[in-house]
Ligand binder design. Structure first.
Ligand code: FAD
Length: 442
C-alpha cells in the first residue's frame, strides 16, 4: 500500500557510503535501499558452509578516526590483520606482485625485454614529470613509466582483461594511486631477485574473523538504527523541484536534503527536468561488467595466495583469489573458497568449465578439476567506471547539475569513480558534515 511521508534527510542506498552518512549526521534521516539487505557491494553470501564476498573485499583503513570508529562498531577483536600474499602467474611460473618490480623467475628473454624496456623508458623520460604532462592514454602511460616489455607482458594485457576495453581507450588518470611505480633501481633489483620491498597501497589489510565483509556494513546499520533503514525500497523517481522521491511501490517521501549513493547515471535517469546537455553527458558515462565465479573446492588449496593476477590472454580469467587463504573460516574445515574474475564476459559458463579447471590445475591451486564442488556465476553491472576520454568532462557536467539542485551524489558509484570501501565511508562522513554545516549556516 503506497504511503506518503516527510523526512529531513533522505539517503538513497544502504551501502557503506549511505550508512556512514546516516551514522554521522545529526539530522533526522531515513535510508532507503533497493535490495533486501544492507552493504551494497560490501555484501557476503553463504553457501554450504562457504562464505563469499563480491570478489576480494579487503579492508584498508588509513584514516585514524574512521579506523577507530570501525573497530568500535565491530568490536576490537572483529578483524584479523593480514599481510598481503599475492603473486602474478604467467609463462607457467609465479612471480611476486607487483610484476613491474619482480620479474625474477620469468623466462630470461622476458626479463631481458622488461629490464631493457624500463632502462630505455627511464633514459627518454624527464626526471620529473608534472601530472598534466604524463601521457593520457593508459597504454602510452605504461610504456612511458615501465617501458615496452613490462607494458607488453603485463600492464596492457592485464588491464585490457580487467577493464574489458583496450588500454588505448582508457586514460591514465585512474591509476596514480593504484599502480605502484617502482624506481629503475627496484625494477633491476626485482629482475635479479633481490627486491624485498612490499609495494602498493594494499601491503596489509584487515578482514573479519567471521561472516565476511558484510559484517562491517551490518555494524554500521546497527549503529544507525534499523528503524531508520527501509530495505526492498528502490527509488523509482526523484523530483528535485518538489523535493520528493517516489519509490517503486508508488510511496512518496518528501525531503529537505537528498544524499544519493545510487549509480550516477541511474539517478539522472530517474530525475525529472534534466537539461539536454546533462542527459548527453550522462549518456557518455560508461562502466564495465564484472563477471565472477564463487567456487567451492573440496580439500585444501595448493597455493597460499590471497589473489593471483593472470595477464595472459589464453586464460579466460584475469584474477583468481582465495577467501579461505586469508581466513580459513570462509570455508568448511579443510576446504577452499575461491573467486575467479572473468575476462571472458560472454561465453556461457558451461563452455568454459573445462578451461577454468585446466587453469586452476596449471596454477597448482587444485590437483584435479573433480575437486571443484560448485561454481556459481555472478554479474555486476558498472562494477568499475571506465575512465575513457569523455569521463572527466561528462562526470563533471552531471555532478555540477546535481550540486545546483542541492543533491549530494556520493560513494563509489554516486561520485562515479574508482575507490575503496574506506573512501565510501569517508564520503558518507563528508556528506553528513556538509549537511550539518548547511543547517548551521541557515
Ligand atoms: C569487484 C569489486 C572488488 C572490490 N574490492 C574492494 C577491496 O578489495 N577493497 C575495498 O576497499 N574496496 C573494494 N571495492 C570497492 C567497494 O566495494 C566500494 O568502494 C564500496 O563498497 C562502495 O560503497 P557505496 O556505498 O559507495 O556503493 P554500493 O556499495 O554500490 O552501495 C549503493 C547502494 O545503493 C543501492 N541502490 C542503488 N540504486 C538504488 C535505488 N534506485 N533505490 C534505492 N537504493 C538503491 C544499492 O542497492 C546499494 O546497496 C570493490 C568493488 C568491486 C566492484
Amino acid at each position: 500500500m503506497p504511503t506518503s511521508s516527510t523526512i529531513d534527510t533522505l539517503v538513497i542506498g544502504a551501502g557503506l557510503a549511505g550508512l556512514s552518512c546516516a551514522h554521522h549526521t545529526d539530522r533526522p534521516c531515513r535510508v532507503v535501499e533497493a535490495a533486501d539487505h544492507v552493504g551494497g557491494k560490501a555484501k557476503s553470501e553463504h553457501f554450504e558452509g562457504f562464505t563469499f564476498d563480491v570478489t576480494g573485499h579487503w579492508l584498508h583503513l588509513r584514516d585514524p578516526d574512521m579506523k577507530a570508529l570501525a573497530l568500535t562498531l565491530c568490536g576490537d577483536d572483529h578483524f584479523m590483520r593480514i599481510r598481503r600474499m599475492s603473486r602474478v602467474w604467467s609463462h607457467g611460473v609465479y612471480t611476486r606482485y607487483p610484476y613491474q618490480a619482480n620479474t625474477f623467475g620469468l623466462p630470461p628473454e622476458v626479463i631481458k625485454e622488461c629490464v631493457m624496456g624500463a632502462i630505455e623508458a627511464a633514459k627518454t623520460r624527464p626526471e620529473t614529470v608534472a601530472l598534466e604532462d604524463e601521457p593520457e592514454n593508459f597504454a602510452d602511460w605504461c610504456r612511458f613509466y615501465f617501458g615496452e616489455g613490462i607494458a607488453r607482458h603485463f600492464m596492457i594485457p592485464y588491464n585490457a582483461k580487467l577493464w574489458g576495453v583496450p588500454a588505448t581507450e582508457i586514460t591514465s588518470r585512474w591509476c596514480q594511486r593504484f599502480v605502484p611505480r617502482p624506481a629503475l633501481e627496484d625494477i633491476v633489483a626485482g629482475a635479479v631477485g633481490c627486491n624485498e620491498k612490499a609495494m602498493g597501497y594494499n601491503a596489509e589489510f584487515l578482514y573479519p574473523r567471521t561472516g565476511g565483509i558484510q559484517t562491517l556494513a551490518e555494524a554500521f546499520a546497527d549503529a544507525v538504527g534499523r528503524e531508520h533503514i527501509q530495505l526492498s525500497s528502490p527509488v523509482a523517481k526523484v523530483d528535485p523541484a518538489a523535493r520528493v522521491a517516489t519509490l517503486a511501490d508508488g510511496s512518496t517521501i518528501a525531503y529537505t536534503h537528498l544524499v544519493s549513493t545510487m549509480q550516477l547515471p541511474h539517478l539522472i535517469d530517474r530525475m525529472s527536468d534534466v537539461p539536454a546537455a546533462v542527459q548527453a553527458a550522462r549518456a557518455k558515462l560508461r562502466g564495465n561488467v564484472v563477471r565472477y565465479l564463487n567456487v567451492g573446492v573440496d580439500g585444501p588449496l595448493g597455493q597460499p595466495d590471497h589473489w593471483i593476477y593472470v595477464p595472459e590472454e589464453k586464460w579466460p580469467f584475469y584474477r583468481v583469489g582465495s577467501f579461505s587463504n586469508a581466513n580459513p573460516a570462509m570455508a568448511p574445515a579443510g576446504c577452499g573458497a575461491l573467486y575467479i574474475e572473468m575476462s571472458d564476459r560472454d561465453t556461457p559458463l558451461d563452455d568454459l568449465r573445462e578451461v577454468i579447471g585446466e587453469g586452476l590445475v596449471a596454477m597448482g591451486l587444485i590437483d584435479d578439476p573433480a575437486r571443484i564442488r560448485f561454481m556459481h556465476e555472478r554479474i555486476i553491472d558498472n562494477a568499475y567506471v571506465i575512465y575513457d576520454f569523455d569521463y572527466h568532462a561528462s562526470r563533471q557536467t552531471v555532478l555540477d547539475h546535481l550540486e545546483s539542485l542541492g543533491i549530494q551524489s556520493i560513494g563509489r558509484y554516486g561520485d562515479w569513480n574508482y575507490s575503496s570501501m574506506e573512501d565510501a565511508l569517508l564520503d558518507g562522513r563528508r556528506a553528513a558534515r556538509r549537511l550539518m554545516d548547511q543547517e548551521s549556516a541557515r
